[in-house]
Design a protein around this ligand. Sequence first.
Ligand code: ZN
Length: 495
Amino acid sequence: MTFNVLTAEFLHETNTFSVRKTGIPAFEAGRFCVGNDGLIGLEGTNTGVAGCLECAQAYGWHMTHAVSAIAGPSGLVTREAFDTVTDLILGAARDNPPDGILLPLHGAMVTEDSHDGEGELLRRIRALLGPDVPIAITLDLHANVTAQMCELSNIIVSYKTYPHIDMREAARQAGDILQRAMTGEITPITLRAHRPMLVEANGGRTDIGPMIERFERARAYEQEPHVYAVSINAGFESSDISELGPTVLVTCDGDPTAHQAFAEHMMDDIWAKRDEVLNTFYSVDDVAAMATEFTANGAPLIIADYADNPGGGAYGDAPALLKAMLDRGVKDACFGPMVDPEAAAKLHEHAEGETVTLDIGGKTDPRFGGSPLSVTGVIKCLSDGECVGDGPMKGGQTMHFGPTAVLHVDGIDVLVTTEASQMYDQQQFRAFGIDPSAKSVVALKSMQHFRAAFEPMAEKVVVCDSGALCTTNYAAMPYENVPRPIHPLDPDVTF
Ligand SMILES: [Zn+2]
């Protein structure tokens, strides 16, 4: 039997502390393609839609793709953007009633009207199609999975890796379960366990620490009868909402008692190890001092600014780390990105080789990561900011920084960009004439994703907290909506 399957991608990780709302232009700057245009060039890539396409081919689905809408992490999604994307999905469902739905989502979307963007999307789909059409969704490891998301979808599969390198695999797994649900072989629901925690489960890290064993247990439990997927979501702490934090999900059917107990048992372990922090967060001055003393034996020191990670919704314009490096006289280094559209435009008024003095960074909200920095440098490269990745996460995918310049300031190549993106892939330096492997020091903005492409070439990796918008100093952030008491804002909270 040929099933009609509706697919759509709608991904946003909302940092509610960001002053930058996420409207349609933000999706257009990311990826906003209506209908099958959303599939072009993505077959075989590490994306959710590639996993959907794989399933369609394997099971002979008649697949209707409503839309791909993906914006970089930033502030609240506007009502207009949310309604526009949602209406495209509902319209496609109305035009061609599906036997099943497969949606690659993120799971940490907050809109102007709802703390639970994905839950609201699912509510509208259910209002149109009723309770019986099986719905499968995939979520990012950094999802804040709400009770509503679990009630309104049947199947949830989250990424199992951070750096995320299994987007296609997650969609494939969700699609495989969806196929069995559509044939009537199984009737899955998703159970959820949760604790009063704000912070990501062990920094979300799947490369070291307790998450490794948790995922092994999850994989083993998926072999039990009536269990189809076990997801461990680290959570996303920069959303000031009523339901946030780590969750364990079991997609299953039959008697839920044992499966709920398993999820609770896994959450007990996350709760017990809630204070196990797997990064040492240095100050910008500490890492700048390390950089001056570092001798590169053919491989660089990598300094990651965790707090100014555009991948967590930070602005990417915090100058604190660059300032510390310049103050300490760090040489033979690169730094990127410095997201500053105004500075990028000013540099584009000049030619390569010219010396320019200007203010960079610190313009969006200098309370987080410092005020604009006055620098003088030589323009080494001017570019439209496009590059094609070749690393484990972004291989074959085009990335955009918008108008971009490399400004060489006192021994440091500073990548000044228009659009915000964290560093995932060496091509984000290489395409603009910077060879990171040839530098002594590589300073970049990313929490963890950089490790996929940069860690293999590093002599050493250190992580700093510049005090930017994704700082781990949670007490400094103006949380208002999270339920209290909660760990770690209320140190004595018990469960
Ligand atoms: Zn993530």
